[in-house]
Design a protein around this ligand. Structure first.
Ligand code: PGA
Length: 248
């Protein structure tokens, strides 16, 4: 019996529409328990379109590190809560690379999320080049330390998602062994801040997860679920992944 309940996250990115909301909510609503924790992170405008249902929760893909004020285009943690979100993805590699989000801002966002009662899903991961140069663990340690070294109490309220950048949207999934090795490193590294929190921390994997490859990933000891982009836009595939996660 696993000590950590699996978590399966749909990251729709800037995709989807009302039809997909309806189809996804209907499909997930008829899945039989026991299920993993299922979290849908659509574009925020769709959060309120999802009917409430015990089979899934809702999250956002990003939020402001500011609490309130003159920040055009931004959305606050409190607003996300009011819109029905319980979780928020923070520091996704697309935010880091395309919008210049640095470790310091990401660290602040994790704190603001926890203070507001949201569970942050902190994304960390290395580029292809960093992997080739054998800098993977060093990069991950830096990304993790930026958040937890000065704020170790946040660990107990977090989820971490390992997302090798070379695996996102490329069809090139990390092998279960590659992912397990990194997940184990993340757990051990974070144990220095809070051993119990690191033990119960859910560390999920993201990067070209599909219904065909998820089972082998979920079978690894330190892989506690998945963060899914492309396959989360396909109702049948995403439902199948959720069903497989519950058995792992
Ligand atoms: P993908 O995206 O499943 O399409 O590779 C994953 C992610 O962005 O985390």
């Amino acid at each position: 019996m696993r000590q950590r309940k699996p978590l399966v996250v749909a990251n729709w990115k800037m995709n989807g529409n009302s039809d997909l909301v309806q189809q996804m909510s209907e499909a997930l609503s008829v899945l039989n328990q026991p299920l993993p924790d299922i979290l849908i992170c659509p574009p925020v405008i769709f959060l309120s379109h999802f009917p409430k249902h015990a089979n899934y929760k809702l999250g956002a893909q990003n939020m402001s590190e500011q609490l309130v004020g003159a920040f055009t285009g931004e959305i606050s943690a409190d607003m996300l809560r009011a819109a029905g979100a319980s979780h928020v993805i923070i520091g996704h590699s697309e935010r880091r690379a395309l919008y210049g989000e640095l470790d310091a801002v990401i660290s602040q966002k994790v704190k603001v999320a926890v203070d507001a009662g949201l569970t942050p899903i902190l994304c960390v991961g290395e580029t292809q080049q960093q992997r080739e140069e054998e800098k993977t663990l060093q990069v991950l340690a830096r990304q993790l330390d930026a958040v937890y070294a000065a704020q170790p109490h946040l660990l107990a309220h977090s989820v971490v998602s390992y997302e090798p950048i070379w695996a996102i949207g490329t069809g090139q999934t990390a092998t279960p062994q590659q992912a397990q090795q990194v997940h184990q490193f993340i757990r051990q590294h974070l144990a220095q801040y809070d051993a119990h929190a690191a033990d119960v921390l859910r560390i999920i994997y993201g990067g070209s997860v599909t219904a065909a490859n998820c089972e082998a990933l979920f079978a690894e000891a330190d892989i506690d679920g998945a963060l899914i982009g492309g396959a989360s836009l396909k109702v049948a595939d995403f439902s199948a992944i959720c069903t497989m996660a519950k058995d792992s």
